[in-house]
Ligand binder design. Structure first.
Ligand code: ADP
Length: 334
C-alpha cells in the first residue's frame, strides 16, 4: 500500500532535518506552549538546575521532536534520543541512563509504548537520579544502586491517555500541542519556502495551508510536491492556481482529504447509508487495516466535522454527504 501523502506520520523523502526549527524563536504557533516552556527553561537556568521533566502530548507531526531538540539547544545541552518501543528491556534503559552527563536532555519518543520493567526503572531515575540494576537471577540476584547524572527527561506521546498514572505524575510540566490554525501553517510554509528557495506567493501559501490538516509535517510535504509541479509544468512560481492544480494531481482536496479519506466516507455513505457501521467493516470495504483507518483517517475526519464516532459505530455527518456532492438524509447528524 502506497504511503498516503496526507499522512501525519513521517515518510521517506520528508527530509525533516532541513526544515526543523532550531530555536524557540523560530518555532511557529503554539503560543501558549512556547510561553510556558520559556518560563520553565528560564526559571531553571536562573536557579542553576536542570529543568523539570517535560511531557509533550499531541498528534503526530505537530513538532514534538522539534521541541525536544529546541529544549536541548536553549539549555546548551546535548540531546540523547530514543523511543518507547526501543526500550524493550530495563537494561536498554539502564545503559542509556548511565551514559548521560550532567544537564543532558533525554528524549523518549512514544513514551507510552515503553515496556513495563523499563518504565518502572524510569520512575526512580526521574525522581532521585539513580537506578537499581538487578544482576543475576533467582535467589542469588542482587540489586546494585547506580547514580545517574542529573538530567531532564522529555517524553513525547500521541496518547497521553495511555500513560500510566505514576509515569504521568513524574513530569513537572506537560505541554498539550494543538492542531495549527491555517494562519500559523501559512507562516510555517513561508518559512520552509525560504529555506528551500521556493518562490511561494501569499495566495499559494494560503491554498496549501488550507489543505494541510492542521499539521506542519503535512504542510511541508505538500509544499515539496507543489514545488515539483511548479518547476516541471510551470515557471517555478507557486501561486494559488499552481497549488490547486498540483494538489489535484495528488488527490488532496480543498479540505485536505486524500484518496483514502474520501474512500472511507464514500463507502460509509454509499454502501451503508451513512452508518452507523463498525470500523473494521469500513476498513475491509476500503481494503485497509482497521488501525490505519482508525489512527490515520478518522482523527482528521472527526476534526473536520465529517465523521462521528458513536457507541454503535461510525456515522457520516451532513457535512460529509455535502462534501461528496450528495444531499444528506434528514437523520444525518449536523
Ligand atoms: P512530531 O515529533 O510531533 O511528530 P516533528 O517535530 O517531527 O513532529 O515535526 C515534523 C516537521 O514539521 C518538522 O520537521 C518541522 O519541519 C515541522 N514543524 C513542526 N512544528 C513546527 C513549527 N512549530 N514551526 C515550524 N515547523 C514545524
Amino acid at each position: 500500500i502506497a504511503p498516503e501523502i496526507a499522512s501525519p506520520e513521517p515518510l521517506p523523502g520528508d527530509d525533516e532535518a532541513t526544515l526543523r526549527p532550531k530555536r524557540l524563536a523560530e518555532f511557529v504557533g503554539q503560543h501558549r506552549v512556547r510561553e510556558q516552556l520559556e518560563l520553565v527553561l528560564q526559571g531553571a537556568t536562573q536557579r542553576g538546575v536542570p529543568p523539570d521533566h517535560v511531557l509533550l502530548s499531541g498528534p503526530p507531526g505537530l513538532g514534538k521532536t522539534s521541541l525536544a531538540m529546541i529544549i536541548a539547544a536553549e539549555l546548551g545541552s546535548s540531546l540523547r534520543l530514543t523511543s518507547g518501543p526501543a526500550l524493550e528491556r530495563a537494561g536498554d534503559l539502564a545503559a542509556m541512563l548511565s551514559n548521560l552527563v550532567e544537564g543532558d536532555v533525554l528524549f523518549i519518543d512514544e513514551i507510552h509504548r515503553m515496556a513495563r520493567p523499563a518504565e518502572e526503572m524510569l520512575y526512580l531515575a526521574m525522581e532521585d537520579f539513580r537506578v537499581d540494576v538487578v544482576v543475576g537471577k533467582g535467589p542469588g540476584a542482587t540489586s546494585i544502586p547506580l547514580e545517574i547524572a542529573p538530567f531532564t527527561l522529555v517524553g513525547a506521546t500521541t496518547r497521553s491517555g495511555s500513560l500510566t498514572g505514576p509515569l504521568r505524575d513524574r513530569f513537572g510540566f506537560t505541554a498539550h500541542m494543538e492542531f495549527y490554525s491555517a494562519a500559523d501553517l501559512y507562516l510555517v510554509l513561508r518559512r520552509s519556502a525560504g529555506i528551500l528557495g521556493v518562490d511561494l506567493r501569499g495566495d499559494g501559501a494560503e491554498e496549501i495551508a488550507g489543505r494541510s490538516r492542521g499539521t506542519p509535517r503535512i504542510a511541508n510535504r505538500l509544499l515539496r510536491r507543489v514545488r515539483d509541479f511548479a518547476e516541471v509544468r510551470a515557471d517555478g512560481v507557486v501561486t494559488r492556481d499552481i497549488a490547486r492544480a498540483a494538489l489535484e494531481v495528488y488527490d488532496v482536496d480543498e479540505q485536505g482529504l486524500d484518496r483514502l479519506d474520501r474512500a472511507v466516507l464514500g463507502v460509509l455513505v454509499r454502501s451503508f447509508g451513512g452508518g452507523p457501521v463498525g470500523v473494521s467493516t469500513l476498513a475491509v470495504a476500503v481494503g485497509e487495516e482497521p488501525s490505519t483507518v482508525e489512527e490515520v483517517c478518522e482523527p482528521y475526519l472527526v476534526r473536520a466535522g465529517m465523521l462521528a464516532r458513536t457507541p454503535r459505530g461510525r456515522v457520516a455527518t451532513a457535512a460529509a454527504w455535502s462534501h461528496l456532492g450528495l444531499s444528506p438524509p434528514a437523520n444525518a447528524p449536523g
